[in-house]
Structure formats: C-alpha cells, structure tokens
Write a protein that binds this ligand. Structure first.
Ligand SMILES: [Zn+2]
Ligand SMILES: [Zn+2]
Ligand SMILES: [Zn+2]
Length: 277
C-alpha cells in the first residue's frame, strides 16, 4: 500500500495564516519540510482521506487529477478536514467531466451527513456527481473489493468523529487524526479482530506542549497510545509509527521534531512523504 502524505498540519497550517510565534517564524525562514499544509493523505492514488482547504493546492503540487478520484473518506467535519465549498466544485456548472465518469463517493459518519445534506437517494449534488455513503463505527466495508475499511470511534470534540483502519491484502494501516488516545473498547475490538498494524499514523497536534484537555495527542500521549497498542497486540517492533497533524501551537518545528522522533522511534511526517507498507 502506498500512502502519500499530501498535507500534515492541523487546522492553522504551519506557518499559520496570521501568526508571529517562533514555530511559524522558523518555518517562514527555513521553509522546506518545516512548511506544513492541512492534513490529507492519498492511498494508492485511489482513496483520499479528508478534503480540507488545501486539496486544490495538493492536486497542483502532486499532479493529482481530482476528477479521477472516486473515493474519499472523511474523518470528521472540522474545516481542516472537510471544505465543502471546494468539494461541491465537482458539480456540472463548475466541472466538465467526461461522459461516463464515475461518481465520487464520500464516506463519513453522522456529522458528515449533516454537512453534506444528501438528497433521499444519497446524492450531494443535483447532477449526481457526488454520492454520500454513510459509515458506522466498527462496521467494516469494502472499496473496490480490495480495500477493507474499518471506521473506529475517535475521541474528538465533534459529531461522530472517526479514524480509519485500511487493509489491503496483508498490509494494514491506521490513520488516527484528530483523536485522543483511543478507548479501550476500540483497542479491544481491534484485538478481537486480530488486527496487526504495519503502520500507525497518530495525532501529534500538540507536539511537545503539555496538555490537559481531551481530543488531541502530543508526543506524551502518543507514547501512552503505543504502550496500550502493544498491550493489545496491535503493534510490534516492525510497526512503523508516524507522528502527524502538527499544529504550530505544539511548539516544535519539523527540524526539531525529527530529533525527538529519533529518540522515540517515530517517523515525523512531512508534506510529500511517501510511505510504502
Ligand atoms: Zn484537524
Ligand atoms: Zn504560529
Ligand atoms: Zn478536528
């Protein structure tokens, strides 16, 4: 499975649109991997995860023809993960799709349904170019017969937020943003279903900042989550652990995060990173 990290930041981007903080100043000065756009990944050039406000830029930067992507999983409705105005640009008045181009299916939980407002047949646009497919916590489904997707309840402050397990043949990937440490119920579910991850992409919104609110992780909480996942036999020494979805408020630049990642055995994500598992 090829996992392309198109964007790797939290809602504000790094540098944030309007900011004087040290992380943003550093990113503006040194650029390169210190610049992060809003989080989005593309699996095997086939399945997009999330559709944030930098999707258009990603399509230009990485030469992705969005008209030819037919599946998009949405984790939750915060604006860095679902930017409806640009998604709706697939409708006829904005897009000229070749005759017979398949519908784009957008998958998500109850919160996503509320935002997309599909008609009684599930279509989001009158010309049927976008279809909403409801998904349910702990109810696996298939995309193109070869990707098994398991939505897992995340712990995040919005309606029915989800993280996704994606399995193709022997490769198993967890995309877990934005969430706190997953519940023991979720970890037990994965354990009972004999899931062993080749790679886990964990929320590191708050970086090295100490936090006492629920809903996101930092390096400290990532370690708690990894320890729990080991306890439930979900990861082992061969599992790649990726820290991703960084906020400038996490007080760490990419350059410094790499040093931290080396200490902890984590891969630090950056825009354009390709992971093959
Ligand atoms: Zn986010
Ligand atoms: Zn900043
Ligand atoms: Zn969020």
């Amino acid at each position: 499975m090829k996992i392309a990290y198109l964007g790797t930041s939290a809602a504000e981007g790094i540098p944030a649109l309007f900011c004087h903080c040290d992380v943003c100043k550093y990113a503006r000065k040194y650029k390169g991997k210190n610049i992060r756009t809003r989080s989005q990944v593309l699996i095997d050039d086939t399945i997009l995860i999330d559709f944030g406000p930098d999707t258009y830029m990603h399509s230009l930067q990485y030469d992705i023809s969005l008209a030819d992507i037919y599946h998009c999983l949405i984790t939750h409705t915060h604006d860095d993960h679902l930017y409806l105005e640009d998604l709706r640009a697939r409708r006829r008045s904005r897009a000229n799709l070749d005759l017979g181009t398949p519908t784009l299916t957008v998958y998500g939980g109850r919160g996503v349904k509320k935002v997309l407002k599909p008609d009684d047949n599930g279509f989001v646009t009158k010309d049927k170019s976008i279809f909403y497919q409801p998904v349910y916590d702990y109810s696996p489904f298939y995309i193109e017969d070869k990707y098994e997707i398991i939505p897992i309840s995340s712990i995040h402050n919005t309606t029915n937020p989800l993280v996704y397990v994606i399995r193709k043949d022997d490769s198993v990937f967890l995309y877990a943003h934005d969430t706190d440490v997953l519940s023991e119920e979720s970890l037990l579910y994965l354990n009972l279903n004999n899931i062993r991850f080749d790679a886990i992409s964990l929320d590191c919104t708050e970086g090295i900042k100490h936090i006492d609110y629920p809903g996101h992780m930092n390096f400290e909480r990532m370690k708690i989550m990894c320890d729990l996942m080991r306890k439930y036999n979900l990861i082992d020494l061969n599992t790649k652990i990726i820290a991703n979805h960084f906020s400038h408020n996490g007080l760490i630049s990419y350059d410094d995060a790499v040093i931290k990642g080396n200490e902890l055995g984590y891969i630090i994500s950056y825009d354009g990173m390709i992971l093959n598992i």
